[in-house]
Design a protein around this ligand. Structure first.
Ligand SMILES: Cc1ncc(COP(=O)(O)O)c(C=O)c1O
Length: 420
C-alpha cells in the first residue's frame, strides 16, 4: 500500500493510470449497489416474522384494544419500555410507528402553542437550534422546514463540544434546543459520556423553554460493544432540569421500520402539556401493534438477547467495511474514520473538498451513497469531506464490491487533488 504523501508527481501519475483502468473496468459492469440508507436487511427483518402471528387484542387489565382510546399507550407497553430504558413508566407516551413523526409533531406544537406558558416559537423573531455534526439529515430537514437557524456543534470523541454548547446556551435566549443522538450516533457512532450528559443536564440556558431532543434511536443497537448511556432523567433530576428533556425511542430497528412502536418520554410537566395537545390530534395510536410488540419482545433480558441476533448479522458487514478501509488506508492517510461500537453507520472523512466528487464517482460506477453534505444542516458540509457509509442493507458480496469501489474512487479523487 502506497502512501500518496510520499509519491513524486510521476509516481502519482503512474498510480492514477493503474487505478483509472480499474475504474474503467467497473464502469463496464453496470453495477447497482446501495450503501445509502440505514435499513435493516431481509435477514434482520425475518427475525421478527413471528410477531406477525401474534393476534391478541385483550390487554392484561382486560381492555379490548381493538377499540378507540388509551391515548398515552397501553400499560404493558409503558412498563416494558420503562424497564428497557430505565424511565418511569408514568413519564412515557407510547406513540405511533415513527419517532421522526413524533419529533416533527413536538416541534410543531412548540412552534404553534409553546411549552406551557412560554411564548410559542412562531411568535419569536428568531429560533436557533444546536446541531451536533456530522448528524442525521432528517433531523436537520425538520429544523430547516421551520426556518430555525442551525448552529453546527462539533462531535468529539465522547460526545459533543460542551464548552461551545454551554457558552452559547448561557448567552442566547433564542437558542431553544439541541438535537442529539446520544448512543451509537448517526453517522459517527459516537457515544455520549457521563460527563457530556451531566453537563447538558446542568448547563445554564438563557431560554426558559430550552429543550434537549434526546433521540436515542440506537439505545440497544450495539454491534461490537455494549455501551451504557448515563441516564439523562437521573442527571436532570439532580439539577431540577427535567423539563428540558424530550426523549425519543422506537422499535423501528428492532422489528420492522415503519411498522414499529415509538415513544416520547419527558418530565411530569412535559407529559401533561403534551397530552393536552395530543388529545386534539388523535384518539389513540395503534394499540394492537403495541401489544404485539410487547408480547414478542417480552422483557428487557429477552430483548437484549434478540439484539444479539441483529448484531450477529451486522458484525460481518461492519467487518467488511472497516477491514477494507484499514487495508486501503492504514498506511495512506488520505481517509479518516472511527470504528463505531454500534449503530448503523461508518462515517468517513476524505481530504477537504473531495466528498462530493467521491460520491459522484461512486454513483457513476453504480454505487449509491448518501449524498455528500447530508450529514450537515442544509446539506452544507463546510469542508466537503464527510461521507456516511451504511453497511446494513446490501449482501456481504455486494458490500465488499461497493466498498472496494468506494476506496478506488477516494484514491483517484485524492490523486487528482494532489496533481492540481
Ligand atoms: C437518529 C435517528 N432517529 C430517527 C430515525 C427514524 O426513526 P423512526 O423509524 O422511529 O421514525 C432514524 C432512522 O434512521 C435515525 O437514524
Amino acid at each position: 500500500m502506497k502512501n500518496f504523501y510520499n509519491l513524486t508527481k510521476k509516481e502519482l501519475l503512474q498510480e492514477k493510470e493503474k487505478l483509472q483502468k480499474q475504474y474503467n473496468n467497473y464502469l463496464k459492469q453496470n453495477l447497482n449497489l446501495d450503501m445509502s440508507r440505514g435499513k435493516p436487511c431481509k435477514q434482520q427483518l425475518d427475525l421478527s416474522n413471528d410477531m406477525l402471528n401474534i393476534n391478541d387484542y385483550i390487554s392484561n387489565d382486560n381492555i379490548d384494544l381493538r377499540n378507540y382510546g388509551i391515548l398515552d399507550g397501553i400499560k404493558e407497553a409503558k412498563q416494558f419500555f420503562g424497564n428497557l430504558l430505565d424511565i418511569n413508566e408514568d413519564n412515557i407516551i407510547i406513540g405511533g410507528n415513527s419517532t421522526l413523526n413524533m419529533i416533527y409533531d413536538v416541534i410543531a406544537r412548540l412552534y404553534m402553542f409553546g411549552y406551557m406558558d412560554n411564548t410559542p416559537w412562531c411568535n419569536l423573531e428568531k429560533v436557533k437550534f444546536l446541531c451536533p455534526v456530522p448528524g442525521y439529515d432528517r433531523h436537520f430537514d425538520i429544523l430547516e422546514k421551520f426556518s430555525f437557524e442551525m448552529i453546527n456543534i462539533p462531535i468529539i470523541e465522547n460526545g459533543i463540544n460542551m464548552d461551545i454548547v454551554e457558552d452559547l446556551c448561557k448567552n442566547d435566549e433564542s437558542i431553544k434546543g439541541i438535537i442529539c443522538v446520544p448512543l451509537y450516533s448517526n453517522p459517527t457512532g459516537t457515544c455520549y459520556s457521563k460527563e457530556t450528559v451531566e453537563r447538558l443536564a446542568k448547563m445554564e440556558t438563557k431560554a426558559k423553554d430550552f429543550k434537549i431532543f434526546w433521540d436515542n434511536a440506537y439505545a440497544i443497537h450495539y454491534v461490537y460493544e455494549k455501551v451504557e448511556l448515563y441516564n439523562i432523567f437521573k442527571a436532570c433530576e439532580k439539577y431540577n432540569t427535567q423539563d428540558r428533556i424530550l426523549y425519543f425511542f422506537s422499535t423501528s430497528k428492532i422489528n420492522f421500520p415503519g411498522g414499529g412502536v415509538s415513544l416520547l418520554a419527558g418530565s411530569d410537566n412535559t407529559i401533561k402539556d403534551t397530552l393536552k395537545h395530543l388529545s386534539k390530534q388523535t384518539i389513540g395510536y395503534d394499540k394492537i401493534n403495541q401489544l404485539r410488540t410487547v408480547k414478542f419482545l417480552k422483557n428487557k433480558e429477552n430483548t437484549l438477547k434478540f439484539m444479539d441476533k441483529h448484531a450477529n448479522i451486522l458484525k460481518p458487514k461492519f467487518d467488511i467495511v472497516l477491514n477494507t478501509l484499514e487495508e486501503n488506508f492504514s498506511n495512506n492517510p488520505i481517509l479518516k474514520w472511527e470504528k463505531p461500537k454500534g449503530g448503523y453507520f461508518v462515517a468517513v472523512d476524505t481530504l477537504e473538498g473531495l466528498a462530493k466528487k467521491v460520491v459522484v464517482m461512486c454513483k457513476e460506477l453504480g454505487v449509491t451513497l448518501t449524498d455528500a453534505g447530508s450529514t450537515y444542516p442544509k446539506k452544507q458540509d463546510p469542508k466537503d469531506s464527510n461521507i456516511r457509509i451504511a453497511p446494513s442493507f446490501p449482501s456481504l458480496e455486494e458490500l465488499q464490491e461497493a466498498i472496494n469501489i468506494f476506496c478506488l474512487c477516494v484514491k483517484i479523487a485524492t490523486i487528482d487533488k494532489f496533481l492540481l
